[in-house]
Design a protein around this ligand. Structure first.
Ligand SMILES: [Zn+2]
Ligand SMILES: [Zn+2]
Length: 255
């Protein structure tokens, strides 16, 4: 190796070592890894009570921890409960897209840190991602929800079950589809992988996804897990579309 090569290599190492932490939302230099800058942090709309006990749709007024929204009363979801860290908006969307397409797998750790407070009991649960069809994985290289699930289990404990569900149907792009069309598109799309057939019986499952739009995908997954004998299915997402709070008309395509 020549002197110039050595210098170039030392330089590259120095740059890698000295690479400053950056805001997951906008990329400005921050004090610590996985910390948002003040501007992005203040734009994030953190979700919590009061909200629907099933789908986490925020309530204007606290109606108690068991209260459900009208939609969940009329048509109860197949999952028992759902939580999301933030409402879907400009910064939440940017983080989700950079994890999904931007080659920034480290953002799974950023998201896992925000999910941790919603993940009580995870240590005793099977933690599984909403699966991608294998064609999508081949094209993209990874399932973003699997990265989040892995990062979360590192923090909370629990049984990581990356292949708990399989997607046997390549569903069309859901963007632009209304709620009813979405339900139809994912019907029968998920099955339990045979390997977990006995192991899932009587177990509580924490299902991980990046973005929750209408709940059609999560419901289809929860139904498959219920049929397989799971005792409980909880859903945990990075961002949830909340009516009236979407400041960006470009709706997400969760898959
Ligand atoms: Zn920022
Ligand atoms: Zn609800």
């Amino acid at each position: 190796m020549g002197v110039m090569d050595r210098l170039a290599m030392a330089g590259a190492q120095l740059i890698a070592f000295a690479l400053p932490p950056r805001c997951p939302g906008c990329g400005v230099v921050t004090a610590d890894d996985h910390h948002f800058c003040l501007a992005c942090w203040s734009k994030l709309d953190f979700l919590g009570p009061p909200a629907c006990a099933a789908c986490a749709e925020p309530f204007e007024q606290d109606a108690g921890p068991e209260a459900r929204c009208g939609a969940c009363l009329a048509d109860p979801p197949a999952y028992d409960a759902m939580a999301a860290a933030v409402a879907y908006g400009e910064i939440a969307r940017r983080v989700a897209l950079r994890l999904k397409y931007g080659g920034r797998p480290g953002l799974a750790e950023t998201i896992a840190r925000q999910l941790e407070r919603h993940a009580s009991g995870a240590a005793d649960m099977l933690v599984a991602p909403v699966p991608l069809h294998r064609w999508r994985i081949w094209r993209r290289g990874y399932n973003q929800s699997a990265l989040i699930a892995r990062a979360l289990v590192r923090r909370t404990g629990g049984t990581l079950a990356l292949d708990l569900l399989e997607r046997r149907k390549a569903t069309p792009v859901l963007r632009g589809l209304g709620p009813a069309a979405r339900v139809k598109a994912v019907r029968g799309a998920f099955i339990l992988s045979p390997r977990w057939k006995e192991l899932v019986k009587g177990r509580a499952v924490l299902l991980i996804d990046d973005v929750y739009t209408t709940g059609a995908t999560a419901n289809a997954c929860a139904k498959a897990l219920r049929r397989a004998g799971a005792s409980q299915v909880r859903l945990l997402c990075w961002a949830r579309v909340v009516r009236g709070r979407v400041d960006d008309v470009d709706f997400p395509d969760p898959r």
